[in-house]
Design a protein around this ligand. Structure first.
Ligand code: HEM
Length: 522
């Protein structure tokens, strides 16, 4: 047979295969049909197109579904680019949702796909990670937080001075997100691994690239349909990810080795003059005193776990700080937000020691309120508490709706935050809303500090998988806002640069700039 005929034949066979694959794929989008479906238009391949559209339209679709159904106590179906069938629950079902065990509604199944844990080169086991978070990391991030406050402040002071500048005579422009990411990366690294790593340029450079690769991986791969496409995307993203992870770990390992030696010497009865107060030391101490071998899998393992934790910590805190400053600089002048925060900081931090004193942070009720409001108005995720239905026979929701096995259920976080039943003028960034709510006699008994999660405030999620880093976030952001307002003037914004929603993630503008000038020392 002539060569061109063979090629044509092979091409034809390939086309038939591809066509049938595409046809099956386009029609494979399964949506729970007994529930209302949102986001689907009358068009060819309507379900498939609705699913793909949610890469950029999920905020609108979720708000529409919430207004039409969720607000009236009804679950609805949301298409998703991953083609994974999803049922979005009304706010009334959240308390029920968080009470269900992982055996009924599994978070780990969702994490593996949505956060691409099954695809990215992590090097750590998911189960062991969750055990480590539960037993070791959570206690460190809560009970031992006070010990890092003085160091966290010291790093904020030095890194803000470096990034915002010391010139008291001229205004200059800086890119807000980039500056805050640098400040938060340094401060977080100081809290986790101490000096001098947090000022090592090579480390910070590789850490930034590692965070970028992880961010791209978790953001993009979880949105893709089909295992094959996810694996292909992961094989590309894993190249820089492995490279930068190896570079970062090379610098982290000697620090862990040193900390382990220090802990062992102390346990053997030696007195150490300068025992570091960082989380790495605290985590090593806890692991050393725990009989269960799950956490004690060697130096590389612990270092890698801590690196993953810094990823969870740093990118989200930098994004929250960016949103918060943009909101403060844009909000209505009559609210006098910047000046109020400055005078609260001035009356709290009257001595040098006050910056390292945990009781100072309790006085910052207006700053705390602004942080909570920033997270309410612009949470980092618009949909969350995603869980996969595990029982063979499915599960029955509190309103009697039956949901099949394998379906994901979730909550429209941003839509709940925008519900006027829970927040007056929800569209408005009202920085001191929660400070007023704290003193409202009608709300007595409820707590409104930034770290308090509830079924109406979901920025840190809710229930047993809620963010364990939220106390550290509040500590860092309070010290950051206080230091910036006390030492810098910033020109208000005429327009708030818009966020971009990609899938479930709400990303603040990374190109937004602000104009700053150092205040004259009095
Ligand atoms: C403003 C900053 C932050 C926000 C908005 C945030 C938000 C969240 C949310 C929504 C979850 C639940 C995710 C899910 O269910 O899939 C979560 C989980 C988690 N966060 Fe954060 N987070 C922030 C900062 C941090 C920091 C600073 C740390 C560590 C120091 C941290 C460590 C974790 C960990 C380990 C989990 C997993 C908890 C579990 O599954 O049990 N986060 N965070």
């Amino acid at each position: 047979m002539e060569t061109h005929l063979v090629i044509e034949l092979l091409g034809f066979v390939g086309l038939v295969f591809f066509g049938s694959f595409l046809h099956r794929w386009l029609y494979s989008v399964k949506l729970e049909t007994h529930l209302p479906v949102v986001g689907v238009r009358e068009e060819f391949f309507s379900k498939f197109r609705a699913s793909v559209r949610q890469i950029s339209h999920s905020l609108e679709t979720l708000s529409h579904g919430y207004t039409m159904y969720g607000k009236h106590g009804q679950p609805f179906v949301m298409p998703d680019p991953s083609l994974q069938s999803q049922v979005i629950l009304p706010q009334e079902h959240i308390s029920w949702l968080i009470r269900q065990s992982d055996g009924l509604l599994s978070q780990s199944q969702v994490r593996k796909e949505r956060n691409a844990i099954a695809y990215l080169s992590m090097g750590v086991d998911y189960k062991a990670t969750m055990a480590l978070i539960d037993k070791i990391i959570n206690p460190c991030l809560q009970r031992k937080l006070n010990r890092v406050q003085a160091n966290v402040f010291d790093e904020i002071r030095v890194s803000v001075d470096d990034t915002f500048g010391l010139d008291e005579t001229t205004w200059h422009e800086l890119r807000l997100h980039e500056s805050l990411q640098t400040i938060i990366n340094r401060t977080g690294t100081r809290a986790f691994f101490g000096l001098p790593l947090c000022r090592n340029h090579n480390y910070l450079h590789s850490l930034k690239r590692f965070i970028l690769s992880m961010g791209a991986g978790t953001l993009i791969i979880g949105q893709l349909p089909l295992w094959l496409l996810r694996s292909l995307a992961a094989s590309v993203i894993n190249i820089p990810l492995r490279y930068y992870k190896a570079k970062v770990l090379k610098m982290l390992l000697p620090i862990f080795a040193e900390r382990i030696q220090q802990v062992q010497r102390r346990e053997a009865g030696h007195t150490l003059e300068d025992e570091p107060e960082d989380f790495a030391t605290q985590i090593i101490k806890l692991v050393a005193n725990t009989k269960d071998g799950t956490y004690n899998q060697g130096l590389d393992y612990l270092a890698e776990q801590n690196l993953l934790l810094s990823f969870a910590a740093l990118s989200s805190t930098a994004a929250a700080a960016t949103n918060l400053l943009l909101d403060i600089l844009y909000c209505a002048p009559e609210l006098n937000a910047y000046e109020t925060l400055r005078s609260e900081a001035a009356s709290t931090f009257t001595t040098e020691q006050a910056w390292g004193d945990p009781t100072s942070l309790q006085n910052l009720t207006c700053t705390d309120s602004a942080i909570r409001e920033g997270l309410r108005r612009n949470g980092l995720q618009i949909r969350g508490l995603l869980r996969e239905v595990m029982p063979k026979n499915g599960i029955t929701l509190p309103d009697g709706t039956h949901i099949a096995r394998g379906t994901w259920v979730g909550v429209p976080l941003q839509a709940v935050h925008m519900d006027e039943r829970f927040y007056t003028k929800p569209e408005m960034f009202d920085p001191f809303r929660f400070a007023r709510m704290r003193t409202d006699p009608a709300l007595e008994g409820e707590r409104f500090d930034a770290t308090q999660t509830s079924d109406k405030f979901l920025a840190f999620s809710y229930g047993r998988h809620a963010c364990p880093g939220r106390w550290l976030v509040a500590q860092m952001l309070k010290l950051l806002i206080a230091y910036i307002t006390l030492h810098y003037d910033i020109q208000p914004l005429e327009k708030r640069p818009l966020n971009t929603v990609f899938g479930d993630t709400n990303i603040p503008s990374i190109s937004a700039t602000i104009r700053v000038r150092r205040r004259k020392a009095s």
